[in-house]
Design a protein around this ligand. Structure first.
Ligand SMILES: Cc1ncc(COP(=O)(O)O)c(C=O)c1O
Length: 390
């Protein structure tokens, strides 16, 4: 099918909720994308941040294929061998990095669902209702997570949302201290605000936030849905700050392209009361098999380390570009925001014409989230394309 056929059919039936670029992507491999007309792009979006191990990684493909022939989905209410192994392997990743002695894991099907589970768990465990999140934060679009998301554009059309949610300026401990009360069940926050403009928080802030939450009996929930598994140069962005949260949420890259969300928490907190949360597909063996492959690839190919090295190099090269159109380059690892003096939308379009697929973050930030397997030569081409465009 060509672009006209594809876009005509999709536009006829689509809900209208999602804006689309005038391109039909039909194939991807590693850090490359191809459209229906045969044009090739360097993927600097990792398909909205999920393709950390690259597209169609042979180990992920093989795991999916083998599991699809065995058992795709099983009852949540039965045990399963693949889910058991996956939980054990994920716990082995999380526990030492978050300084947990044990953990509980609740699998779901998306990032927003992972945050829904965190909200419900925090309310159930604390018996409190209040939630505090940060301005410019993004946590998803279902009603609970949407209540934590800050941007009015996403929230206002659907109000009233979940009550007792307060938003405070990011990276500001005084504002947080004023907002957290004896009715606050949880603070939910990102280590690097992704959608909000690629803003990393400071170590002092996160350490003070940890102390504040402990003092007030509030659970600290870190949303690592975008920063998680390898993206920022560590397996988890919490590691940059020696931060030990109570609950962590994962999504995007953890499923290797299959829909998956994870809510994990320190074992001392306890468990959900039986029967109070669940979903038909949560923890299905197909997604668990893909996720096991992701964890293995991350370790074997040392992708967090690669992300740190390539990220440092990329940020430095972007800062060195001879243009007055860049206000700031910021980020961690291969999660980079280039704040422009002008709007980002026309720049994204021109980059596509130069064979680079990037993302926006807000109105004037160009966001780069390439697959962590990307070659340095490709990143050189990306820097040159950005330079030429600006
Ligand atoms: C930090 C963060 N939290 C939550 C979400 C929501 O994830 P999903 O789109 O899988 O529901 C996103 C998605 O962009 C995100 O970046």
């Amino acid at each position: 099918m060509n672009y006209n056929d594809i876009s005509t059919i999709e536009s006829t039936y689509a809900s209208g909720a999602v804006g689309r670029r005038p391109v039909a992507l039909v194939r991807a491999k590693g850090a490359r994308l191809w459209d229906s007309e045969g044009n090739e792009y360097i993927d600097c979006a990792a398909a909205q941040g999920w393709a950390n191990v690259g597209h169609s990684h042979p180990a992920v493909t093989a795991a999916i294929q083998a599991q699809a022939e065995t058992l795709v989905a099983s009852q949540e209410s039965s045990y399963n061998d693949v889910r058991a192994r996956w939980m054990e392997e994920l716990a082995a990743v999380l526990q030492p990095r978050l300084n947990w002695t044990g953990c509980q894991i609740h699998p779901s099907n998306s990032g927003t669902e992972a945050n829904e589970a965190a909200i419900k768990l925090a309310r159930q465990l604390t018996g409190r209702t209040g939630l505090v999140a940060a301005m410019k934060g993004f946590h998803g679009r279902t009603m609970g997570s949407l209540s934590l998301t800050w941007n009015k554009k996403y929230r206002q059309p659907f109000e009233p949302l979940v009550p007792d949610v307060t938003h405070v300026p990011y990276n500001n401990i005084e504002a947080m201290s004023e907002a957290v009360t004896d009715n606050t069940a949880a603070v939910v926050i990102e280590i690097v605000q992704g959608e909000g403009g690629v803003y990393p928080g400071d170590t002092d802030y996160f350490q003070a936030l940890r102390r504040l939450c402990t003092e007030r009996g509030t659970l600290l929930v870190i949303d690592e849905i975008q920063t998680g598994v390898g993206r920022t140069g560590r397996w988890l962005a919490c590691e940059h700050h020696g931060l030990s949260p109570d609950i962590v949420t994962l999504g995007k890259s953890i499923g290797g392209g299959l829909p998956m969300g994870v809510t994990a928490w320190r074992r001392e907190l306890g468990k959900f009361k039986a029967g109070t949360h669940g979903s038909t597909f949560g923890g299905n063996p197909l997604a668990c098999a893909a996720s096991r492959a992701v964890l293995q690839i991350m370790a074997e190919e040392r992708l967090p380390e690669r992300s740190a090295e390539l990220g440092n190099w990329l940020a430095a090269d972007l800062r060195a570009l001879p243009t007055d159109q860049i206000r700031e380059v910021r980020g961690l690892g291969l999660m980079i925001g280039v704040e422009l003096r002008g709007k980002v939308t026309p720049i994204l379009q021109q980059l596509m014409e130069r064979g680079v697929w990037a993302l926006p973050a807000g109105l004037n930030v160009l966001r780069l989230l390439p697959p962590l397997v990307i070659e340095q030569a490709d990143l050189r081409r990306v820097v040159a394309a950005i330079g030429d465009t600006l």
